[in-house]
Design a protein around this ligand. Structure first.
Ligand SMILES: NC(=O)c1ccc[n+]([C@@H]2O[C@H](COP(=O)([O-])OP(=O)(O)OC[C@H]3O[C@@H](n4cnc5c(N)ncnc54)[C@H](OP(=O)(O)O)[C@@H]3O)[C@@H](O)[C@H]2O)c1
Length: 242
């Protein structure tokens, strides 16, 4: 056991370098209240803090693609992924396109093609399965690239492989709890970046919306702190009890 003591302040682009993921990796990014809720009144926004927003934007800035479940895209009125000038410059220096696209995972495809997330400079992706309703799929193909992975449900491993084939190997999954549980359950999540916000939310959904067959161990990579917000970065895996 040891005490974590304050280190030197961090700012951009140091944070981009700190969080730059491996070329093929799946990272989860979530904010939780101190009592473990992933949403308050149906949204994660009341749980976020200034420090969480900085890391949230940093994770986006270094990702090749931002992956969300349709529940999150609907609940949080997702728009195109904004990337500030400093991040575009950082990406350009590394030969990466200026902005990561959004990719929405859905079988039902109950998404409005006029929704904000389909209006940006970068064409988003819809990741769906063969059993998705054909008419909705055709409507969404007008505003997004449609990736088919799996038959009755989206096969998440096949979906990640299809994204990697498009050069989108650094995946940031911003949730929600159903999609993240699918990734963890399938052994596909490499890293978890979670903000523990200094507030209590009461009853709400947790980080994962499904039980796992066995607890999955995490290995702490680092902790950042700002005004009581803890920015925790874990590698997924390792041996229990380490
Ligand atoms: N605290 C945080 O950081 C955070 C982050 C994100 C979301 N949230 C909160 O989480 C709540 C939403 O939770 P949620 O579990 O509904 O969100 P979700 O995981 O984003 O969405 C679930 C939906 O994603 C689609 N999906 C996921 N896995 C799939 C698969 N393998 N195959 C096909 N479709 C798949 C399905 O869409 P279809 O029904 O369209 O088929 C499913 O209904 C909201 O309150 C939101 O605010 C919190």
């Amino acid at each position: 056991m040891h005490l974590l003591s304050p280190g030197p302040p961090l700012d951009l682009p140091g944070l981009y370098d700190l969080y730059d993921p491996p070329a093929r990796s799946v990272r989860g990014g979530m904010v939780l209240s101190a009592d473990g809720a992933a949403a308050h009144d149906g949204s994660s926004l009341p749980l976020s803090t200034p420090a969480d927003k900085v890391v949230f934007r940093t994770l986006r800035a270094v990702a090749d693609v931002v992956l969300v479940g349709a529940g999150t895209a609907r609940a949080e009125d997702y728009g195109p992924i904004p990337v500030p000038e400093a991040a575009r410059a950082w990406r350009g220096e590394r030969g990466r396109p200026p902005r990561p696209p959004l990719a929405v995972v859905s079988r039902a495809l109950d998404l409005d093609p006029g929704q904000r997330c389909f209006t940006g400079q970068v064409r988003p992706l819809i990741v769906t399965c063969a059993a998705a309703p054909p008419a909705r799929r055709a409507a969404l193909a007008e505003v997004a690239d449609v990736v088919i992975a799996g038959e009755e449900r989206v096969d998440l491993a096949a979906a990640l492989a299809a994204l990697a084939d498009r050069g989108l190997g650094r995946v940031l999954c911003e949730g929600g709890p159903s999609l993240l549980a699918g990734l963890v359950g399938a052994g596909l999540l490499d890293e978890l970046c979670m903000t523990l916000s200094p507030l209590l939310a009461g009853t709400g959904p947790g980080m994962l919306a499904a039980a796992l067959p066995a607890p999955v161990p995490l290995e702490l990579v680092h902790v950042l702190e700002e005004q009581g917000s803890l920015l925790l970065r874990y590698a997924v895996g390792g041996s229990p009890g380490q």
